[in-house]
Design a protein around this ligand. Structure first.
Ligand code: DGL
Length: 261
């Protein structure tokens, strides 16, 4: 499983809860964080190398636990993985399927990084469901960094969330895709602003269910018994990854190995 940094640990969290018997190896590309405003061509090269590294370490399934990486580089990861006969679970499509299934008024909002919105990945995935949905996408250039830098519960974050929610309120969406790994941490704020009738769809649940389906479908699932291991690689400062990552993982985070991409 990989991500632009610590955000994907919200996805790993759900997988550790839903699939405790599996072993996970998580790579956080913290040296390159954030992906949301980086050159997509540069990100694609990096994503290809990260996929290769995780497959070299013996991955039986590759999970892209990053909305931006999925949006700009899913195909590269799939190419690298397919060459070794390994399947890929991205975050965008499973989340879009859930949102399309639960919206009652057929108006779905997407809050995501600028790269994710510019890629049109969510719009395509939602259109592919074929329900004729109205899709309202809002790019949030600095929300992920704000959350990561620890300004989680201050007034500025609330004000920022409020301004990003305005177009979603105007469009009367009844379902909002949290299109970035960091947003589950501010889900209570978003819920308060949008009202409790709006359903929030985070990536973690969707990915955990997709991982389970894929492993079972390919006969690679472990018997649901006992607890597997979970280990960490990062490309930047390991201590910072450990400290900030624990807040995102909400479980003990052990040793972190530094790797170069
Ligand atoms: N994991 C990234 C995402 O979901 C966090 C934001 C970023 O790297 O810009 O888009």
């Amino acid at each position: 499983m990989f991500d632009s940094g610590v955000g994907g640990l919200t996805v790993l969290h759900e997988c550790l809860v839903s699939l405790p018997q599996e072993d996970f190896l998580y790579l956080g590309d913290t040296a390159m964080f954030p992906y949301g405003d980086k050159d997509p061509a540069e990100l694609r090269q990096r994503i290809g190398r990260i996929a290769g590294l995780l497959l070299d370490r013996g991955a039986k399934l590759l999970v892209i636990a990053c909305n931006t990486a999925t949006s700009v580089g899913q195909e590269v990861a799939r190419e690298v993985a397919a060459a070794r006969g390994v399947e890929v679970v991205p975050v965008v499509e499973p989340q879009a399927e859930i949102a399309a299934a639960i919206t009652a008024n057929a108006r779905v909002g997407v809050l995501a990084t600028p790269n994710t919105v510019a890629s049109g990945a969510y719009r395509r995935a939602l259109e592919a469901v074929g329900r004729g949905l109205d899709v309202v996408e809002v790019a949030a250039p600095d929300l992920a960094s704000f959350i990561q830098d620890g300004a989680l519960f201050d007034g500025d974050t609330m004000a920022m969330a409020r301004s990003y929610c305005r177009p979603l309120q105007e469009a009367e969406v009844d379902t909002l895709i949290l299109g970035c790994t960091h947003y589950p941490l501010v889900a209570p704020m978003l819920q308060r602003i949008l009202g409790r009738d709006v359903r929030l769809v985070s990536g973690g649940h969707a990915v955990a269910a997709a991982v389970q389906r894929t492993l079972e479908g390919s006969g690679l699932a472990r018997e649901a018994r006992g607890e597997g291991s979970y280990d960490f690689l990062c490309t930047g400062d390991c201590e910072a990854f450990h400290e900030i990552g624990t807040r995102f993982l909400q479980m003990p985070l052990g040793e972190v190995e530094q790797v170069e991409i």
